[in-house]
Design a protein around this ligand. Structure first.
Ligand SMILES: Cc1cc2nc3c(=O)[nH]c(=O)nc-3n(C[C@H](O)[C@H](O)[C@H](O)COP(=O)(O)OP(=O)(O)OC[C@H]3O[C@@H](n4cnc5c(N)ncnc54)[C@H](O)[C@@H]3O)c2cc1C
Length: 449
């Protein structure tokens, strides 16, 4: 097809290998992913998405779908195929009276969060502002409001989606209810979502931020105990890792093993301060940046040119006590990766109150989510760090082997049954058969029809 015919099909921009910004446009978040799509369509609306789907089918091009580009497995790009790039679709339509929002899937978490903040509304996504609302919502969305307001999908009311045959559908609890169920945790298997409708929550000033403490077994175990016993208003992400060389951390602590707690108390600042006081009393902090704040300020500032190369592993565990803390610190001290971390998220609260079959995200009762990650530069380091992660994860108090699909890596397609219990997977396959029987959308944790 000649270039003129190709570009005339779309309202949005078509980016081709000969374009001067092609390399910049094809870049995804993670480094080490260097795929070269034949065509990138920066879609402007659902009609563009429809045309792009039909074009990919007609030309037999592998199809990748990109919102924020943070796929841990690198699925939002393709070698020689077509990328539907949603980044120019960023409309936000807030309904004040009903406290809902329609948001297009080219938005990243921070963009939508900042806009909602202007009207004292919040919605939880994850821990990173640059993650796309597209990918994170379809995976589930485990963030700083998870114990108070549930997963991102627990606030999802409807979605507009373009399916494999180019149909634009509205899915909610009454329309295509099977599809709506599958979209809440089933990933990008069913079509291209162009916008989501979410329920919003009122939250003005709250309390939280970053607290960094020295990592002794007592401190790590103490943080976990506080996280478990706290009211649902408090969600924390507890990272055990070397203290990074940042200006707000005194030089003498740089590189020392630390606990970096990121906390949000989604309620009155005064109450949040009281709830977090025992945490601060565990040890003299390396840094304490907790304070009354707006929810939007929990996201760290980011550098768009930062493209890390990392390996990781996600799982759930049942408990984490002082013995586990000792073991974890020992393991973290064994690796020479300049950036390595054990991340612990105490779950429960609102997300666990939703029944396991209500959405495709079924692993709701597991008490703790764990990520172990390490950065690498060379291929040899990559192998060494992956081996370290695998061994480290084996010594932790493993739960049922289950995992969160949003954090699975490129070599983990065989963990589908860890992400979805058999009954959930069977139901997902049935929905896939209805909406994508030829498996057009397969660059994802693929649920084959
Ligand atoms: C630094 C970092 C921090 C993270 N933190 C969290 C966290 O705290 N909590 C959490 O829950 N997850 C977290 N994640 C995981 C994240 O939710 C997933 O990687 C998610 O898929 C990223 O979404 P994206 O839109 O940015 O990615 P993309 O790479 O654009 O998309 C990922 C995949 O999702 C599908 N997809 C995306 N958009 C659409 C769409 N509009 N329609 C159909 N399919 C689509 C496609 O299959 C695509 O390959 C984090 C990831 C990173 C890299």
């Amino acid at each position: 097809m000649d270039q003129e015919t190709l570009t005339s099909k779309f309202t949005g921009r078509v980016v081709l290998p000969e374009d001067s910004d092609y390399d910049q446009v094809r870049q995804v978040f993670y480094g080490g992913i260097d795929k070269k799509p034949a065509v990138i369509v920066r879609v402007a609306d659902s009609e563009d998405v429809r045309q792009a789907i039909l074009l990919a089918k007609e030309q037999k091009l592998e199809l990748a779908v990109r919102s924020g580009g943070h796929s841990v497995a690198g699925y939002s790009t393709t070698d020689g195929g077509l990328v539907i790039d949603l980044r120019d679709m960023k409309k936000i339509d807030i309904d004040d009276a009903n406290k809902t929002v329609w948001a297009e899937t080219g938005l990243v978490a921070k963009e939508l969060t900042d806009e909602l903040d202007k009207q004292n509304f919040v919605l939880g996504f994850g821990d990173t502002g640059s993650v796309g609302i597209g990918g994170i919502t379809l995976g589930g969305g485990v963030g700083f409001l998870v114990r108070k307001f549930g997963l991102a999908i627990d606030n999802l009311l409807a979605a507009e989606i373009v399916t494999a045959d180019g149909e634009v559908l509205h899915a909610d609890k009454d329309n295509h209810a099977d599809l709506f169920w599958a979209l809440r945790g089933g990933g990008g298997n069913f079509g291209v979502v162009t916008k989501f409708k979410y329920q919003l929550h009122d939250l003005g000033d709250c309390y939280g931020g970053m607290l960094m403490l020295p990592a002794t077994p007592e401190v790590v175990a103490g943080c976990m105990k506080i996280a478990h016993e706290a009211p649902d208003e408090l969600s924390m992400i507890i990272n055990v890792m070397p203290a990074f060389p940042m200006p707000f951390i005194a030089k003498e602590h740089h590189g020392k093993m630390a606990v970096m707690v990121l906390a949000v108390y989604a309620g009155e600042p005064k109450a949040g301060e009281e709830i977090l006081a025992p945490l601060k009393a565990l040890a003299t902090p390396f840094a304490d940046m907790t304070k009354p704040m707006r929810y939007k300020d929990i996201f760290f500032p980011e550098d768009a040119s930062y493209h890390p190369t990392a390996v990781s592993k996600n799982m759930h565990i049942n408990s984490f006590d002082i013995e586990n803390a000792k073991t974890a610190i020992e393991w973290l001290n064994k690796s020479d990766s300049p950036m390595r971390a054990l991340q612990l998220r105490v779950l429960g609260g609102a997300m666990a109150k939703v029944s396991e079959d209500a959405t495709a995200y079924a692993n709701r009762k597991q008490p703790i989510m764990v990520n172990i990650a390490a950065f690498y530069v060379t291929e040899q380091e990559k192998q060494e760090r992956q081996a370290w992660i695998d061994d480290f994860s084996d010594v932790l108090n493993r739960g049922d082997g289950s995992a969160y699909v949003g954090f699975l890596g490129p070599h983990e397609q065989d963990r589908l049954l860890d992400a979805y219990p058999q009954a959930t997977l069977d139901k997902l396959r049935a929905v896939k058969k209805t909406y994508d029987p030829d498996n057009l959308f397969r660059l994802n944790f693929n649920i084959t029809p």
